[in-house]
Ligand binder design. Structure first.
Ligand SMILES: C[S@@+](CC[C@H](N)C(=O)[O-])C[C@H]1O[C@@H](n2cnc3c(N)ncnc32)[C@H](O)[C@@H]1O
Length: 327
């Protein structure tokens, strides 16, 4: 029952984020009447909505006053740099309705997002609308920030001096690596349309003078040359032929001894434990023409086929792991 009716709790949280409830309560705790007025809630809904969030562990209530929990205060207050709600905003606007088409996707193998009605492939469709572009890129930061911080510290960066993040979005990975490793210079590579959003994000970094954007389409040109190349949540967007092509392009762009770091919610090799990774793969069914998630062993096999002499898998945080291939 919890799984079957899980969308009740899911949509309650997503609506709370849409209404910016946690951002409001981060300013100061409020009682029912004040929240109802400020968020414009109907009197029929307000009490149940807030108390449901208490029961779900998303709010605390003391003597009729509602406040954030430590976690919702840290992660869901838009005013804090630790805000990760971008991915949940996108889940609310896009994924929640699109997942209604899952059964059709299971039968047809066809995406169920904006592309369903014969529109352009996902990135062209997303990027045709500036608001959607911004929402998508900041959603990526939300989903990747914890893993980005871990990569910036867990990888032996002392052995290298340059890096390039392929499909960088807002550039959070580039920022985290450069800030944690003052000897490095880095490139954020993405489609040219992403540049202003990268620049805006990178300008706020204390390492802004060591990072830069490079625009390009990885289907039409080689990858930037650097000691370390990174691909976060890139390979799962594409089918097997394109996955292999991108790994080969990375191999070609690296020097001898250079490293490729691929990271995603890798599925466990036995394909039975990382439910998040498997559901992410179904999300790729909804969102893309041919994308799918994969195991660490799958990726190590593709790396070996491309010529990488060794590879290893390391867990990052939550469902995310990285595969490191050495040329
Ligand atoms: C799923 S997002 C991942 C973003 C980021 N690496 C992360 O993990 O949060 C995929 C990224 O690939 C970029 N991308 C898609 N097609 C591309 C192409 N043909 N060439 C370069 N970048 C592309 C998108 O603009 C987007 O930023």
């Amino acid at each position: 029952m919890q799984i079957g009716l899980g969308f009740w709790a899911s949509k309650t949280l997503l609506s709370a984020i849409e209404l910016e409830l946690f951002t409001e309560l981060a300013k100061h705790p409020e009682n029912l009447d004040a929240i109802q007025g400020r968020l414009g809630l109907h009197e029929r809904s307000a009490r149940d909505f807030l108390d449901a969030l208490v029961a779900l562990g998303m709010l605390e209530r003391k003597d009729g006053t509602y406040q954030n929990t430590p976690s919702t205060d840290l992660f869901l207050d838009k005013a804090k740099p630790s805000y990760i709600g971008g991915i949940l905003e996108m889940a609310n606007h896009r994924l929640y309705p699109f997942w209604g088409g899952l059964t059709e996707a299971l039968r047809t193998g066809k995406p169920q997002n904006e592309t369903r009605h014969g529109q352009e492939p996902i990135f062209e469709t997303l990027y045709a609308d500036p608001a959607r572009l911004r929402e998508f890129l900041s959603a990526m930061t939300g989903v990747s920030h914890g893993g980005n911080m871990k990569i910036a510290r867990a990888f032996p960066w002392a052995d290298y001096s340059t890096f390039a993040d392929i499909g960088t979005a807002q550039g959070d990975l580039v920022v985290q690596i450069a800030e944690a490793n003052p000897h490095l210079t880095g490139i954020g590579f993405d489609l040219p349309v992403v540049e202003p959003i990268f620049e805006e994000y990178a300008a706020r970094s204390s390492a802004a003078d060591r990072i830069r954007f490079e625009g390009g389409d990885f289907f039409e040109r080689g990858l930037p040359k650097a000691d370390v190349l990174l691909m976060g949540h890139i390979l799962h967007d594409w089918g097997l032929t394109d996955k292999r092509m991108l790994i080969t392009k990375a191999y070609d762009a690296l020097p001898e001894g250079g490293a490729l770091i691929v990271y995603e919610a890798l599925i466990d090799d036995d394909r039975r434990a990382n439910a998040f990774g498997l559901l992410m793969s179904l999300n790729m069914l909804i969102e893309t023409d041919s994308g799918f998630d994969y195991t660490g062993a799958d990726c190590q096999g593709w790396m070996a086929d491309a010529g990488f002499r060794e590879s290893r898998v390391e867990h990052l945080i939550g469902p995310d792991s990285m595969v490191i291939g050495i040329k």
